[in-house]
Design a protein around this ligand. Structure first.
Ligand code: C5J
Length: 223
């Protein structure tokens, strides 16, 4: 059933119409989250991303229960890497480049174990999974067509990492006219300062890119 919710948020409460709001779960992939994976091989503390899983799991369950569209994304590339720009491929330590063998298969390559979403947040049958070659979820994907087809105008944005794929997607969404509500405890960064600043930038100046709320506020409104 379609309802209107008011969710406490920064810079002001946000009113959501559940019929035109989707939960977007960005790149909660093993390559980024699991010990020994790509993220950790770059010197990152994956524990910071794993903190996102419990609150996001609760939000996922509540949004499914409320009948919201749930869309998952995965960052990654074709096995021949033909969709990976040379500039992206060339970056990083030689031991940990995209396409190289890693603990969980070839790094960020579609079809590999590490490319897929962590078990705790596995998509349900029928939930769209958008495979994206870039940081933003709109670039070179059918996300916009899917949102338009379902009448979605507002995105509850979750996933990793806050300053990279979450921010790029929020900016892309803004330029396309979507409202974005970022759930602060359901997005994660390897770097606490990037997390703080990334969230602050969303709600700065009266909502430069949208709102920042959190799982408790959303769950309270949905209850
Ligand atoms: C990165 C992402 N950090 N999903 N990807 O390369 O944020």
């Amino acid at each position: 059933m379609r309802t209107t919710l008011t969710v406490p948020a920064d810079p002001a409460p946000v009113v959501l119409d559940t019929g035109s709001t989707a939960l977007l779960v960005i790149d909660m992939q093993r390559d980024f989250l699991l010990p020994g994976g790509f993220g950790e091989s770059l010197g990152n503390d994956v524990g910071r991303l794993q903190q996102v899983v419990p609150p996001l799991r609760r939000v996922l369950a509540a949004c499914r229960e409320a009948g919201l569209l749930v869309v998952h994304t995965r960052e990654g590339h074709l096995p021949d890497l033909s969709d990976c720009p040379p500039a992206k491929l060339g970056r990083g330590a030689p031991s940990s480049r995209i396409g190289d063998p890693g603990r969980y298969g070839r790094i960020l390559v579609r079809g590999e174990y590490g490319h897929d979403i962590v078990d705790e947040l596995a998509p349900l049958p029928g939930e769209p999974v958008v495979d994206k070659p870039g940081k933003g979820a709109f670039y070179a994907t059918d996300l916009e067509d899917r949102l338009r087809a379902t009448g979605v105008r507002t995105l509850l944005v979750t996933g990793v990492t806050t300053e990279v794929c979450v921010h790029t997607t929020v900016r892309e969404a803004n330029d396309r006219g979507y409202e974005c509500v970022v759930l602060g405890d359901c997005v994660g960064s390897y770097d606490p300062e990037f997390q703080r600043v990334g969230l602050a930038m969303v709600s700065a100046q009266g909502g430069l890119f949208g709102w920042v709320s959190d799982s408790a506020a959303l769950l309270g409104a949905l209850a």
